[in-house]
Ligand binder design. Structure first.
Ligand SMILES: [Zn+2]
Length: 334
């Protein structure tokens, strides 16, 4: 695996490192605080206190649950594009748009040249990392996805928009590295919708990551996976985070036909169902992955962000992934 690269960065991980894709459900006190803030019943400082409380809750929970590479859970984010658009120059926040399923988000509008003016995630990274000895992942939304999920009224075309964003998002990546973050995930969930734009997404990711001292991961949702694979392997990251448990798409035959030479974070639980998989079920999925991907290149995690589950469901789903990984470490030859 890129274990050598991780070692150079000062990070030692066990076999089958356990992580998660990024978002966790917000505890009820934080949901209430967000409502109170929207209704102007509490001020921003009061909201931030609850966001910190929830972040601390999730960091401590992951730590004791046996997760190896932690996430801050995105307690302070509404959705993954608007959050960045709110902090970068060049955007206005538009009306509510329906995204996949029954989720709504405020679609940002690009009205002038996009510009990184201040750190976006750094304070949260520092806060989360201060609470644990284990590595906390930096979590960013990739330039291609920010482009695809925004309206563009400024740039000539999709390509110019994406490249413009990539140059600015790189500044946030640099700031994360500067803050001591060594594992950085840059998500491109939109990448699987327009296969003809894969080269653009690859070029943009290159701009974000080139020459920087970190281990990069990218999460991609399944979409039309058959159209973007094996092209997807060209994404310049060390680790691709894939949904292996999505009941609608079986990507295993594609991986079999073109075995990835990257590390793969294997999604071992379905985030869309409330039902918590048994350890046997999860282990069977891991066995399937092991038939194709060498053991030392496998990370394990849930399929996607867990924010749509309840706190209890999210914990139970992650616990079963931890249990399966730990069982494998104890009997690696099985
Ligand atoms: Zn996903």
């Amino acid at each position: 695996m890129s274990r050598e690269h991780l070692t150079k960065l000062g990070i030692t991980l066990p076999e089958f490192p356990v992580t998660s894709v990024g978002s966790f459900p917000k505890p009820s006190y934080l949901k209430k605080a967000r409502e109170d803030y929207s209704a102007q019943r509490i001020d921003q400082e009061a909201l931030e206190r609850e966001e910190e409380r929830a972040t601390q809750f999730w960091i401590e929970w992951q730590d004791q649950a046996g997760v190896d590479v932690l996430v801050d859970g995105e307690m302070y984010r509404g959705d993954m594009v608007t959050f960045f658009a709110e902090t970068m120059r060049g955007f206005e926040i538009g009306g509510l748009i329906r995204s996949n399923g029954n989720r709504y988000y405020h679609k940002p509008i690009i009205t002038s040249a996009v510009e990184w003016v201040q750190p976006i995630t750094i304070e949260w990274f520092r806060f989360a990392q201060s609470l644990t000895e284990k590595p906390v992942k930096g979590m960013l939304t990739g330039p291609y996805t920010v482009m695809d999920w925004s309206f563009n009224e400024h740039y000539e075309n999709r390509r110019d928009t994406t490249i413009g964003l990539a140059k600015e998002i790189r500044k946030e990546v640099e700031a994360l590295v500067e803050a001591g973050c060594r594992i950085i995930q840059i998500d491109e969930p939109a990448i699987s919708v327009r296969p003809e734009e894969m080269p653009l997404a690859v070029e943009a990711m290159q701009i974000c990551t080139e020459g920087l001292d970190a281990y990069f991961i990218s999460h991609v949702c399944v979409g039309s996976f058959d159209q973007i694979y094996p092209q997807l392997l060209e994404l310049p990251v060390h680790n691709l985070d894939l949904e292996l448990s999505n009941p609608d798409v079986d990507i295993m035959p594609l991986l079999q036909a073109n075995v990835p030479q990257k590390d793969i974070s294997c999604g071992l639980v379905d985030v869309h169902s409330r039902e918590v998989e048994s350890q046997d079920e999860v282990d069977a999925r891991l066995s399937k992955a092991l038939e194709i991907i060498p053991q030392d290149r496998i990370w394990v995690d849930p399929d996607c962000g867990l924010k749509t589950r309840t706190v209890e469901e999210a914990q139970a789903k992650l616990e079963v992934v931890v249990a399966a990984a730990h069982a494998r470490r104890e009997s690696p030859s099985e």
